[in-house]
Design a protein around this ligand. Structure first.
Ligand SMILES: CC(C)(COP(=O)(O)OP(=O)(O)OC[C@H]1O[C@@H](n2cnc3c(N)ncnc32)[C@H](O)[C@@H]1OP(=O)(O)O)[C@@H](O)C(=O)NCCC(=O)NCCS
Length: 333
């Protein structure tokens, strides 16, 4: 006979309690990057919407940005550190293979015995993290979860790469997620398309670099393929996300897709037929594409500027290398 295990208490829902943000301290305008890629300020503005991007200096590590964003999110949330049970960090640019950046943050915050791990889901990473936080809380494994998306992508760009280098910036965004009697985070719609594994890729491996087979690995992409995939695939997934949350586009107050390209953002809004009054995250213009940090950074900016407020229905979706995607509806704190 099978021995039944004790049932675990579960929680009805979860919610975001607060956000935190950190941007690279350097302002790098298009003109600083165009010469080695035979481009122009005008081309970059027209094709991507980027005017300038934040990058971190040599002495600022991805961990510094992550910790700064994490501290702000925790402080704003007002939770006791003792009730923080998990730290999830999404990053593709922490320079250690192991241990994780999440464990390092746990040490810096002084939170003993928390669940701590990193995830590699590129530009979808923050939304993957929110999906996991929601599941940990609803499943009774954690009361409060810190989710951080942090990148210092400037360590992995080549100044001569024409395909992606001019898009990328450095920053970190964080959110504290906690339990809620009503679900204020909707079902996560997430997945991957492994047939496109090499669409956004590294130019080589670190072992290849060690062995002198390849240069220091940097990011590169087939931009046009990503563009098409992002628009068609993501619009479909957003409709699914709204449907599973019991909402329609008329219920949306704020739309924050991954900050990859202003034309993708505009095209998504058009495809979805978003009403005119929906506030749209356009942080890419000044911050650039910060991968896992882009969605919380854009959201943080909208809240700071008063364009988004408590109780607003936010739709967020990330997509990137893998190709992977994830998104959910969030009722803003
Ligand atoms: C990368 C990206 C900005 C390129 O823009 P695009 O409009 O697709 O550009 P194309 O590749 O079609 O090239 C159009 C022209 O611009 C030129 N071009 C390409 N890159 C250029 C650059 N960096 N500067 C100047 N000209 C460039 C091409 O040579 C081509 O010239 P031609 O018409 O004379 O042949 C765009 O594809 C993009 O943003 N894709 C999605 C990126 C993304 O979301 N990545 C995910 C990261 S998470």
């Amino acid at each position: 006979m099978t021995v039944p295990l004790r049932p675990r208490p579960t929680v009805a829902g979860s919610r975001v309690l607060a956000y935190g943000a950190a941007r690279g301290e350097l302002d790098v305008p298009n003109d600083d990057l165009v010469a080695p890629i035979d481009s122009s300020d005008e081309w970059i503005r027209q094709r991507t919407g980027i005017i300038t991007r934040n990058r971190a200096g040599r002495d600022t590590g991805v961990q510094d940005l992550a910790l700064q964003a994490a501290r702000e999110a925790i402080e704003t949330s007002g939770i006791d550190l003792e009730s923080l049970d998990a730290i999830i960090v999404s990053t593709i640019s922490f320079p250690y293979q192991t241990p994780s950046l999440a464990s390092w943050i746990a040490g810096q915050l002084g939170t003993p015995d928390v669940i701590a791990y990193d995830i590699s889901a590129a530009c979808a990473g923050f939304c993957y993290g929110i999906g996991q936080a929601d599941a940990l809380i609803r499943g009774g494994d954690a009361r409060h979860v810190l989710v951080v998306g942090a990148e210092k992508l400037s360590d992995f760009v080549s100044p001569t790469d024409r395909s992606i280098s001019f898009l990328l910036g450095d920053g970190a965004g964080a959110a504290v997620v906690g339990p809620s009697e009503q679900p204020l985070i909707g079902p996560t719609v997430w997945g991957s398309d492994g047939d496109h594994w090499s669409t956004i890729r590294m130019t080589g491996t670190i072992t290849g670099f060690r062995d002198g087979v390849s240069e220091w690995p940097t990011l590169e992409q087939d931009g046009r393929t990503v563009f098409r995939w992002a628009v068609w695939h993501t619009a479909k997934k957003i409709r699914e996300m709204l449907d599973r949350s019991g909402l329609t586009v008329e219920d949306v107050d704020v739309f924050v897709p991954h900050q990859a390209n202003m034309r993708i953002i505009d095209e998504l809004a058009k495809q979805l037929k978003l009403p005119e009054d929906v506030v749209i995250g356009r942080d890419i213009a000044e911050t650039g594409n910060t991968s896992a940090a882009s969605i919380p950074l854009a959201t943080h900016r909208l809240i700071q500027e008063g364009a988004a407020s408590s109780g607003d229905v936010l739709v967020q979706i990330g997509f990137g290398a893998g190709l992977v995607y994830a998104g959910q509806v969030i009722v803003l704190p």
